[in-house]
Design a protein around this ligand. Structure first.
Ligand code: KG4
Ligand code: ZN
Length: 350
């Protein structure tokens, strides 16, 4: 295919409806627009995402969101080289809204359509550069990738664009899920990660003993469901005191540190063994400052030559710019009539 320099991407895998236009340069990817509509406020009322409700909201939002993404850089369709779309994983109703819209636009506009795995897309937030930085650095292969999203916790060894070896992942709950479920047990609203992180700031992370599941296992797998059970038992034991903000903060600090300890230990072990040049972190949990602080501090001590890349917070959580960035580095289009939303793909089964 001819050179793909400017991509309009659509992302609708969970509760958000997002569209973005990005351009590739010799320094990295530049973001021209990045529009995100989220129905989170509605979902929060129910304590989590209600799939049918999310898809209904996305149906209403998708066209205005795409239009806004186009209007901001004032680009018309002739200046867009290709469309990109999140194929999966995610909620089927939500994915269908984005995929069917992208297929229709690709056919009507006669543009190539590039399907992207949402999880791989998360990593590509690290290739989006800050336009104010005159000397941006991009990750240099090989990289160790840590993906920590709501439903996935994976370690991959990335040797080139779109080329990676799957090292391991969670056997049950993901780190994000553990944050969300622990928050729920403590009476905090969805999504739980930012809530736990907020309360943890004024808590003592050593006040209660919580397990660090699989921290020393001889593989790259994770398991967070036992930690969730331990939080449930602790919450029951301390129930009458949970109204006390200090008790709540202490539990949150302990939960956060237990999750972070496991993620950091396994990531550094994998980086050392694979001799990766850098670590790239991606997914909503990468917005957690305790995780990023601990990773940077411990890597500086143990692996001082290894560079660490963490996207800005707005590009850690779901967005379409990361999908555009992934498409710009992996411009492999597919016949729009042949692609289908696929909620079941993952990094181990792409
Ligand atoms: O990547 P993402 O936006 O959506 C998925 O693809 O799943 O990740 C959402 C997850 C949720 O579990 C949310 O609680 C978590 O990211 N999260 C955080 C923080 N911000 C979002 N977890 C811990 N600390 C945060 N600051
Ligand atoms: Zn995501």
């Amino acid at each position: 295919m001819s050179q793909v320099k400017t991509v309009l991407a659509i992302e609708s895998s969970c509760d958000e409806t997002a569209a973005s236009i990005c351009q590739i340069t010799d320094k990295g990817v530049i973001l021209l627009s990045n529009i995100i509509y989220s129905s989170l406020e509605i979902q929060t009322k129910y304590g989590g995402v209600v799939p049918e409700q999310a898809a209904r909201e996305q149906l209403k939002a998708i066209i205005p969101v795409i239009k806004e993404a186009q209007d901001k850089p004032k680009l018309d369709k002739d200046q867009i080289d290709a469309l990109a779309i999140t194929l999966g994983p995610g909620l089927i109703g939500s994915l269908l809204v984005g995929v069917e819209t992208a297929k229709t636009l690709a056919l009507v506009w006669k543009k190539p359509l590039i399907p992207i795995n949402h999880l791989l897309g998360h990593f590509y937030a690290n290739w989006i550069i800050d336009p104010k930085n005159p000397y941006p650095t991009l990750p240099a292969f090989p990289c160790l990738g840590l993906l920590v999203s709501g439903g996935h916790t994976d370690l991959v060894f990335i040797t080139g664009h779109g080329k990676y070896q799957y090292l391991g992942g969670t056997r049950d709950d993901a780190a994000g899920e553990c944050f969300d479920k622990s928050a729920r047990l403590l009476g905090l609203p969805y999504p739980g990660g930012p809530q736990i992180s907020k309360y943890a700031q004024s808590g003592d992370p050593n006040k209660y003993q919580l397990p660090r599941p699989m921290i020393n296992s001889q593989n790259y797998d994770f398991s967070f469901s036992g930690l969730k059970t331990a939080v449930s038992l602790l919450a029951k034991k301390l129930q009458p005191k949970l109204q006390d903000p200090q008790v709540l903060s202490d539990i949150c600090a302990c939960v956060e540190l237990a999750i972070v300890d496991v993620l950091v230990a396994k990531t550094l072990k994998a980086t050392k063994l694979t001799q990766a040049n850098c670590i790239i972190v991606a997914g909503g949990v990468a917005a957690n400052t305790k995780l990023t602080e601990q990773l940077i501090n411990q890597a500086n001590q143990l692996l001082p030559k290894v560079k660490i890349f963490i996207p800005p917070v707005n590009l850690c959580t779901d967005n379409a710019a990361m999908i555009a960035s992934a498409a710009l580095y992996n411009p492999v289009p597919v016949d729009p009539l042949k692609i289908q939303a696929d909620p079941g793909i993952s990094l181990s089964n792409p």
